[in-house]
Design a protein around this ligand. Structure first.
Ligand SMILES: O=C(CO)COP(=O)(O)O
Length: 249
């Protein structure tokens, strides 16, 4: 069944094996979600194997938060897409703004990572989003369109690609764009995807991310072209994450 919306959590650099009971809780919420609502959770690499084993047979998909662009090699401390898949992930996030900022990842590098992930058989959530200065300057849509153009490689399977629009200034701040601003940006992203992929660009899910909570989820999730949410802080609290899952659809 084609998903109507996807609610994905991103644990970032949070979570030890002692937190796996939270995965169990989220798994039960996923199994109770409406049939066309997907639920996914990206966890630190160290937890993928255990979380995927736990979620096996449930409707919760476990993913990674990043992968290296190379298939293998002398890259101490890095993790390839094949390793992420081998550990039990079905997808990975690439291009999160925290990696773009903290690790200096460029659109070109993000495109290489996206290719590597698809080649390894993973689905991908590609993150894009403008800074506050870029929005204030009136450049938000142009910035995001440029990120999409370069971060999505030439050869790509659009059926395994999900876009997450995450305005950098809304991440972890408790601030969100207005529903109107979210709709305008998602409509703009849809136009870019349609231009590039035709019909496949029409069905691609576009998630909103940035301070999504149970209290604002219903409003954000009903905005035009919003195909779900990418949730940071609230995904660490299974009750809150379950509230967002319930608000979907
Ligand atoms: O970065 C995010 C998800 O990838 C959003 O984080 P918050 O939900 O904590 O704002």
């Amino acid at each position: 069944m084609a998903l109507r919306q996807l609610i994905a959590g991103n644990w970032k650099m949070h979570g030890l094996t002692g937190d796996l009971d939270k995965v169990g809780h989220i798994m039960r919420a996923a199994d109770e979600a409406k049939p066309d609502i997907g639920v996914a959770l990206a966890v630190p690499h160290t937890l993928i194997f255990a979380a995927a084993e736990l979620a096996d047979g449930s409707r919760l998909d476990i993913g990674g938060e990043d992968c290296h662009q190379a298939e293998s090699g002398a890259h101490t401390g890095c993790v390839s897409a094949a390793m992420v898949k081998d550990a039990g992930a079905t997808f990975t996030i690439v291009g999160h703004s925290e990696r773009r900022t903290d690790q200096g990842e460029t659109d070109v590098l993000v495109a290489e990572k996206l290719s590597a992930a698809l080649k390894a058989g993973l689905s991908v959530i590609l993150c894009v989003g403008e800074s506050e200065a870029e929005r204030d300057a009136g450049n938000a849509e142009a910035v995001v369109a440029a990120q999409l153009k370069t971060s999505i490689p030439e050869a790509v399977d659009p059926d395994r690609l999900t876009i997450a629009y995450e305005p950098v200034w809304a991440i972890g701040t408790g601030r969100t764009p207005t529903v109107g601003d979210v709709a305008a940006m998602h409509d703009s992203i849809r136009r870019s995807l349609k231009d590039r992929f035709g019909d496949a660009g029409i069905s691609m899910l576009i998630l909103y991310g940035g301070s999504v909570k149970p209290e604002n989820a219903a409003d954000l999730l009903t905005a035009s072209n919003v195909g779900g949410a990418l949730v940071g802080g609230a995904s660490l609290d299974p009750e809150s994450f379950a509230g967002i899952i319930t608000a979907a659809g």
